[in-house]
Design a protein around this ligand. Structure first.
Ligand SMILES: [Zn+2]
Length: 342
């Protein structure tokens, strides 16, 4: 299907476009080890030199988030031709091939709400639901990969995105809920080195891909928002260079995680409260296109509701992911507040 003669011209994005559903697995010997093309958008690299680092890089969980897809595609080509050093076990995932082909966020449902086995309920409702089948397949891929890691291995998963909504902090990461484990300074330092200046510490289990790998495989995992959504070819790759450089170092086992690095320059937020639609009259007093991390002053009536309004309790409280158009009982926004790590 692919030979070493093709490596120089290999384009991962085109390959996935040609094989968006499924292809028979095949493996290739490369100069630095082995590449196994498991399935549509799923490639595993194993270095000749054994490594106890297991790195999963995913992109395109939202199909129109093209910059991370371009970065990963270039890295795949460079590993194949040998210009990018491969010194870790590496799993590359392109999350939603069909949505990517349509340059859409998703076909039917948000794939990043389907992990941690949430796809099961979608499949019960519709056995052919594309995103649910894809979440199931991606979960199997990360399980196969991380199950190979010995107990002393380090496991990482960086799920790379770009955002539609404006953000006061252009590059930010979500540190998934750790089920009681400690946040790691070295991981915050890593995302800082990727150019991220803001991290939201999530407060509970969720259905995102990064929570899935964090929870099930104890991977150091993040959802990383690297910038703005643009069509293929329109990304200014210089804007993403800092992140790309660190990811390339990571794959070359050339990035040195450092627990002593200060997080003073990082804007750290924790979730204070979920603002839910209590009644039909619940209303967030913000513009629909409000930028994420917009802060409010104490006393502002952020959420109007006859029974349970929310008045901002202290300066600096902010919200992310506001949405006035959700049904009763669902989340209208996450209320967050600045925190420091203890
Ligand atoms: Zn996304």
């Amino acid at each position: 299907m692919l030979t070493s003669h093709d490596f120089n011209t290999f384009n991962f994005i085109d390959f996935v476009r040609q094989n968006p559903d499924h292809h028979e697995p095949f493996s290739l010997e490369i100069d630095q080890g082995k590449a196994v093309f498991h399935d549509a958008g799923i490639i595993e690299f194993t270095p000749d030199q054994p490594s106890n680092q297991y790195v999963c890089l995913s992109c395109g969980v939202h199909g129109n988030e093209t910059a991370p897809i371009e970065i990963i595609s270039d890295m795949v080509r460079d590993i194949l031709v040998g210009s990018q050093a491969l010194q870790v076990n590496l799993l590359i995932l392109l999350g939603n091939p069909k949505a990517m082909m349509q340059q859409e966020r998703f076909l039917e449902f948000n794939l990043n709400r389907m992990f941690n086995h949430h796809w099961k309920a979608y499949l019960e409702a519709d056995a052919s639901c594309y995103e649910a089948l894809r979440a199931k397949r991606l979960e199997a891929a990360v399980k196969d990969f991380f199950d190979k890691s010995p107990t002393d291995a380090r496991c990482y998963h960086y799920d790379l995105h770009t955002a539609i909504r404006a953000s006061k902090h252009q590059r930010f990461a979500i540190y998934p809920y750790l089920d009681g484990r400690e946040h790691k300074a070295e991981q915050l330092a890593f995302v800082q080195d990727c150019g991220v200046d803001t991290v939201l510490l999530y407060h509970k289990p969720s259905s995102t891909f990064s929570y899935h790998t964090s929870h099930h495989f104890k991977a150091d995992a993040f959802t990383v928002e690297l910038g703005k959504v643009k069509p293929f070819g329109e990304n200014n790759r210089d804007d993403f260079k800092q992140a790309e450089n660190q990811l390339r170092k990571l794959v070359a086992a050339n990035y040195h995680f450092n627990n002593d690095r200060s997080t003073d320059e990082l804007n750290l937020f924790a979730v204070k409260k979920e603002l839910l639609r209590i009644s039909d009259e619940s209303h967030l007093n913000v513009e629909d296109d409000l930028a994420n991390f917009t802060e409010f002053e104490q006393g502002f009536e952020l959420l109007s509701d006859p029974d349970e309004p929310y008045i901002v309790e202290s300066d600096g409280e902010a919200i992310v992911f506001p949405n006035n158009k959700v049904p009763k009982g669902q989340r209208m926004a996450l209320l967050i507040e600045p925190v420091t790590l203890g």
